[in-house]
Design a protein around this ligand. Structure first.
Ligand SMILES: [Fe+2]
Ligand SMILES: [Fe+2]
Length: 355
């Protein structure tokens, strides 16, 4: 244990502060009037799980086996290994296997930092949202997010070579969501955009990995995340109905800007540095040797966000500005996919395992 209070330089190196522009709200109206939120809150109480005892932490991760699977699934590996002029042409099996583990760790590290962002946002919502039903629900989400930070942190610590720092794009998006202070913007940024994207990203990794600990961890985290996204949709739907056109337009613009930053969020520069390769050379090689699978993956990450934005009325409000923007981004095709207010009960893996 280090003494952070007496060592400001050390404190400075491990914390990041954000000025809050918000008020904490008491409410004296304790009536339970929002039935959908009441139902969600009951679900959250019965689907709590314990990261210490519900996950098989003694699993030995077979990184060599996973590396072979990654190489078969990920077209970028094939391009880097075999396309002419690759700056990694001299690499042997050992390096390629290491790359697979570092890529996975880099993604899990962004999950970890995003989870901490969710923890902070939801703590804020308990204080800033005016409705008692939402305060109750948000309190359960605070516990969920603490558990998510715990599980990703423990996985990275015990099973990998250690975490990567937060990517600048994700960091600045989280800063903006937290600093804004208006409670509905916290929800829009976190529950709809960041958690909507996370739900899709966790689903992908869950589908592709055969590593039993990670698979179960993701399945349980997703079952919580689906409730969180549903919480955002249920809370905002009511609020947005009372906003005027200019206010809605501001939310549409916020959602679009978040989408652009989330799409570009993943920089693997540090992975190449950690492996002793020249990041500039690798990144420009990858830009020149395009991987169509990557494009499809980036698009699929919006498969939860777009139907939820539609359910909130954000796509078509005003002159349909957000519909145009999501069309330009190439993600509008998801608009009629299942929205998360219907999906969260299906994704409740914890309840399913308990029978
Ligand atoms: Fe989470
Ligand atoms: Fe969450």
């Amino acid at each position: 244990m280090t003494d952070l209070v007496r060592d400001p330089a050390l404190l400075e190196s491990i914390v990041h502060d954000i000025d809050l522009h918000t008020d904490a709200l008491f409410t004296w109206d304790y009536e339970r009037s929002r039935t959908a939120l009441v139902k969600l809150y009951e679900k959250a109480k019965t689907s709590q799980w314990n990261a210490t005892t519900d996950l098989p932490w003694d699993t030995e991760v077979d990184w060599d086996k996973l590396a072979d699977e990654t190489a078969a699934q990920n077209q970028r590996f094939f391009i880097l290994r075999s396309a002419e002029g690759s700056p990694l042409a001299h690499w042997g099996d050992k390096e390629w296997r290491k790359l697979s583990m570092e890529m996975q760790t880099a993604v899990l590290s962004q999950f970890l930092h995003g989870e901490q962002g969710a923890l902070i946002c939801t703590g804020l919502i308990t204080a800033t949202v005016p409705w008692v039903d939402a305060k109750y629900y948000a309190a359960t989400q605070v516990m969920d997010e603490a558990r998510h930070v715990e599980v990703f942190g423990r996985y990275i610590d015990e099973k990998t070579n250690g975490a990567y720092p937060i990517s600048p794009q994700l960091g600045s998006l989280l800063d903006d969501i937290i600093a804004d202070g208006r409670w509905d913007i916290t929800y829009l940024g976190m529950q709809i955009m960041v958690e909507g994207l996370a739900l899709a990203a966790f689903g992908f990794m869950h589908m592709l990995t055969t590593e039993p600990l990670l698979k179960k961890l993701l399945r349980y985290v997703m079952s919580d995340e689906a409730r969180h996204v549903a919480f955002g949709v249920l809370s905002l739907k009511e609020f947005y109905e009372g906003l005027d056109e200019a206010e809605i337009r501001e939310r549409q613009e916020f959602a679009y800007e978040a989408a652009v930053r989330l799409r570009n969020r993943f920089m693997v520069q540090e992975v190449w540095e950690r492996l002793g390769a020249d990041p500039k050379a690798v990144i420009s090689f990858l830009e020149a040797n395009h991987d169509p699978g990557q494009q499809m993956f980036q698009t699929m990450l919006f498969s939860k966000i777009v139907p939820n934005a539609k359910k909130l009325g954000l796509l078509d409000a005003g002159d349909g500005w957000l519909r145009k923007k999501f069309t330009e981004l190439g993600v509008i095709q998801f608009e009629d996919w299942t929205d998360t207010t219907e999906e969260y009960a299906e994704l409740d893996a914890v309840a399913a395992d308990r029978g």
